[in-house]
Design a protein around this ligand. Structure first.
Ligand code: FES
Ligand SMILES: [Fe+2]
Length: 322
């Protein structure tokens, strides 16, 4: 392989936490413990649905945690409710909106804030990047607002949503295993070593492919702010402060949605010009994220399938130590 040429801001030297081969460093017990810590965090009964800018005037239907919900723009903002008309059960997502109400396509019933029988709206939160819905009967203690990770003040945002045949925890577990990066995504990651590892967060020094032999190296920290989210924050190097939020929302039995928001930022003076080009940069961000998630969904689905079959692999470094 030809030698890599690093471009971008130089990083202070930091020793790797281990010189063992990646497969020995990727200890399933550490990943499992970090995952359990994440799963024990409060979620506030909030679930990410999709990017804010995908909700326009047309009603949209999304499956969330075993329910079918319809979203529409009401007079006071985004609204969500069961996608089942209280009259005879029509899908309201096939209807239209009028004066902030959603109008049933079968017999014209117009619905809004006011409950109708057992039909009523559910709380929605639009954080400007993502739309969340709160399901108060999901078994979690509801919170006023979702537990949002820290975000940069100015950023170019891109959001992808993909569905996978796995549980939400398999999506989080994939991100708690950074060691697979170079091996499983060689087109994107050229070099990766762990430089800090705690019980519930891990920091890697990773060189990602820029163009040809050129790569940009940054320090990126993975951390879970709630049981269905893992963030990657660039803590040193070019793009410091940028965040990738990977959210995993259950949609039904053995199915989840991966909703990933990339919030790219920079303290370089030229970044303000890049902000003006956001609409052209955003599709590139989303294309790159989607490419990685095609592969990572295969990883998460394999993990789910193994668990469903009662197997987990689970060979640890200790097992192989001589
Ligand atoms: S089914 Fe909706 S108004 Fe009749
Ligand atoms: Fe990956």
């Amino acid at each position: 392989m030809s030698e890599l040429i690093m471009v971008g801001r130089p990083l202070p030297p930091l020793p790797p936490v281990s010189t063992l081969p990646d497969w020995q460093q990727a200890d399933p017990r550490w990943i499992g413990n970090a995952l359990q810590k994440a799963l024990a965090l409060p979620g506030g009964a909030w679930f990410v649905v999709d990017a804010s800018d995908r909700f326009g005037d047309t009603p949209r239907r999304y499956p969330v945690a075993g329910r079918q919900l319809v979203f529409w723009r009401g007079k006071a903002g985004l609204m969500a409710a069961p996608d089942e008309c209280p009259h005879m059960g029509a899908s309201l997502a096939a209807g239209c909106t009028r004066d902030g109400l959603i109008v049933c396509p079968w017999h014209g019933l117009a619905l809004g804030d006011r409950p109708m029988g057992s039909w009523r709206t559910v709380p929605v939160h639009d954080d400007g990047v993502l739309v969340w819905v709160r399901l108060d009967d999901c078994g979690e203690t509801p919170s006023e607002r979702p537990y949002l990770p820290a975000r940069p003040a100015a950023f170019i945002g891109g959001v992808i949503r993909m569905e996978a045949a796995c549980d939400a925890q398999d999506v989080v577990a994939n991100r708690l295993d950074p060691w697979h990066g170079v091996h499983f995504h060689p087109h994107s990651f050229k070099r990766l070593r762990v430089v800090e590892q705690r019980e519930d967060e891990i920091t890697v020094r990773v060189a990602y492919a820029a163009f040809g032999r050129y790569a940009v190296e940054v320090d990126a920290r993975f951390h879970c702010p709630d049981p269905r989210c893992i963030t990657m924050t660039i803590v040193r190097g070019d793009g410091q402060g940028s965040v990738v939020e990977t959210h995993a929302s259950p949609i039904g039995a053995g199915r989840s949605a991966v909703v990933e928001a990339t919030l790219a930022s920079s303290d370089r003076p030229g970044f303000r010009y890049a902000l003006g080009l956001a609409r052209w940069i955003r599709p590139m961000i989303e294309k790159r994220a989607a490419r990685l998630w095609v592969e990572d969904i295969a990883y998460a689905e394999q993990r789910y399938a193994l668990r469903a079959a009662g197997s987990s692999g689970g060979l640890t470094a200790a097992d192989t130590a001589r």
